[in-house]
Design a protein around this ligand. Structure first.
Ligand code: NAD
Length: 481
């Protein structure tokens, strides 16, 4: 077991003033894998003071873009060199299968490289306005950015936050989830090693209601970028209003995956499983509602259940594992409770539904791949984000009903359509009220393309130039030529 008793504040590894510690648990067996220092609001204040000084006095925001790019490229190289260690850490800390963890690390490396490259590309605009004036628009960093992330993709979410903020010239106070802090701590060792100036990137550890809350309310933080649950996002938005911080929120989802009768059956089946069961269903964009056209419903469900029952559930470090444990005992109980609610509401459970306690899995937080059919749109299991391996199937008669059911949600993060009719595919995705859509595939995500949701799935976008611009202010400079 490792003891990590410090946070990275102002270029130094610093113990928390609290003197308290938190145990980090391996969800595959309930064992304590590390003890980390528990930060406080006071620690956040120290980090914010350092970030403010680094931004304004030490002049990080004025650092040439090429220098910021150099540091980010170096960070990406070092991360890539240690890819295996990072993947192993994610498996232990989060529980995900090793294969998936290696993809996360590669995606994180690519994200740092993408934003390192973007830092030096043109971002301004020139307008020819009324003669003899010229108006030039430049983008400048916002200042001190507070960043808070969840536990489902600990390293990748860190990359999505840190890379654009630092590339654009901001300084940051970053908080990983208290449940999965280990890869972020290791990432900050690289940040120190590659030579980011003190105060530019600060790591604070601790829980949401203390450390996270201070990030949201602190008046010296100019922007808060949050990824997590919609309820938390709402409270952060309120807390951030005191100094009218800029905010970006990446929140929950209940995304529809629509399969028409003319879809390629096997392709749709593969992706229906992948959409919900990857990362144990703990994915904001999970295809957690499967909408099936009436004529293929029964056959599709039959094959789906057959395949779901064969998914190999086990610890992430077993190379045969296809689905790992849920993140914690508390979260497992929340998911099991939703399964109970689904049964009480009258939905028909056709696959799974239980905690797995055989074959050495009894100490971990494993839940069977679970599928409900005969659901009604107003059921809680259809409307609420379960964030686990629980798929609800909905039946539709025609295109209009598919669209109506798909959009019958407070969320609007993602959605997919499976059909071999190209025109229908385009028609339907254009009508989905969601920020991320796929046709005949599910889940591919690109650093180049904006990520984020409509409705209560969030505010703003991550990734791509959109994600970079979220970390900039816009200034117009008008010149009398
Ligand atoms: P969560 O909202 O409980 O916690 C997320 C982070 O917020 C953690 O670091 C936590 O410590 C912190 N936090 C909690 N309460 C806070 C408060 N009052 N003030 C400030 N910070 C606070 O979410 P979670 O359980 O860690 O993650 C699951 C949720 O994240 C799901 O709803 C999922 O959909 C969402 N998510 C969204 C995206 C996306 O891109 N849209 C990506 C990943 C996860």
């Amino acid at each position: 077991m490792e003891s990590i008793l410090k946070m990275y504040i102002d270029g130094k590894w610093t113990a928390s003033s609290s003197g308290e510690f938190r145990q980090v648990i391996n969800p595959a067996n309930g064992e304590v894998i590390a003890v980390v220092t528990e930060g406080t609001a006071e620690d956040v204040k120290k980090a914010v003071a350092a970030a403010k000084r680094a931004f304004y006095e030490d002049g990080w925001w004025d650092t040439p873009a090429v220098e910021r790019a150099r540091l980010l490229f170096k960070l990406a190289d070092r991360l890539e060199e240690q890819a295996e260690e990072f993947a192993e850490l994610e498996v232990k800390d989060n529980g995900k299968p090793y294969r998936e963890a290696t993809v996360d690390v590669a995606d994180a490396v690519a994200c740092f490289r993408y934003y390192a490259g973007l830092a030096t590309k043109p971002h301004g605009q020139t307008y020819e306005v009324a003669d003899p004036m010229q108006s030039v628009v430049v983008r400048e960093p916002i200042g001190v950015c507070g960043q808070i992330i969840p536990w489902n993709y600990p390293l990748l979410m860190a990359a999505w936050k840190l890379a654009p903020a630092l590339a654009a010239g901001n300084t940051v106070v970053f908080k990983p989830s208290e449940i999965t802090p280990l890869s972020a701590i290791k990432l900050f060792e690289i940040i120190e090693e590659v030579g980011f100036p003190p105060g530019v990137a600060n790591l604070v550890l601790g829980e949401g209601k203390t450390v996270g809350h201070e990030i949201a309310v602190n008046h010296d933080i100019d922007k808060v970028a949050f990824t997590g649950g919609t309820a938390t996002g709402r409270s952060i938005m309120q807390a951030a209003s005191g100094n009218l911080k800029k905010i970006s929120l990446e929140l929950g989802g209940k995304s529809p995956n629509i399969v028409f009768a003319d879809a390629d059956f096997e392709t749709a089946l593969d992706y229906a499983l992948f959409a919900i069961f990857v990362n144990q269903g703990q994915v904001c964009s999970a295809g957690s509602r499967l909408l099936l056209e009436e004529s293929i419903h029964d056959e599709f469900v039959e094959k789906l259940v057959e395949r779901a029952k064969k998914i190999k559930v086990g610890p992430g470090n077993d190379p045969d594992t296809e689905m790992g444990p849920l993140i914690s005992e508390a979260h497992m109980n929340k998911v099991l409770n939703y399964i109970k609610i689904g049964q009480e509401e009258g939905a028909k459970l056709v696959c799974g539904g239980k905690r797995i306690t055989e074959n050495g899995l009894e100490k971990g937080y494993f839940v069977e791949p679970t599928i409900f059919i005969d659901t009604k749109p107003d059921m809680r299991i259809v409307q609420e984000e379960i964030f686990g391996p629980v798929l609800v199937v909905q039946k539709f008669k025609d295109e209009a009903e598919a669209i109506r059911l798909a959009n019958d949600t407070v969320y609007g993060l993602a959605g997919a359509v499976f059909t071999q009719d190209g025109a229908k595919a385009q028609r339907v995705v254009r009508k989905l009220r969601a920020g991320i859509t796929w046709i005949n595939t599910y889940h591919p995500t690109y650093n180049e393309a904006p990520w984020g949701g409509y409705k209560q799935s969030g505010i703003g976008r991550e990734l791509g130039t959109f994600g970079y611009e979220e970390y900039t202010e816009v200034k117009q400079i008008n010149t009398n030529l």
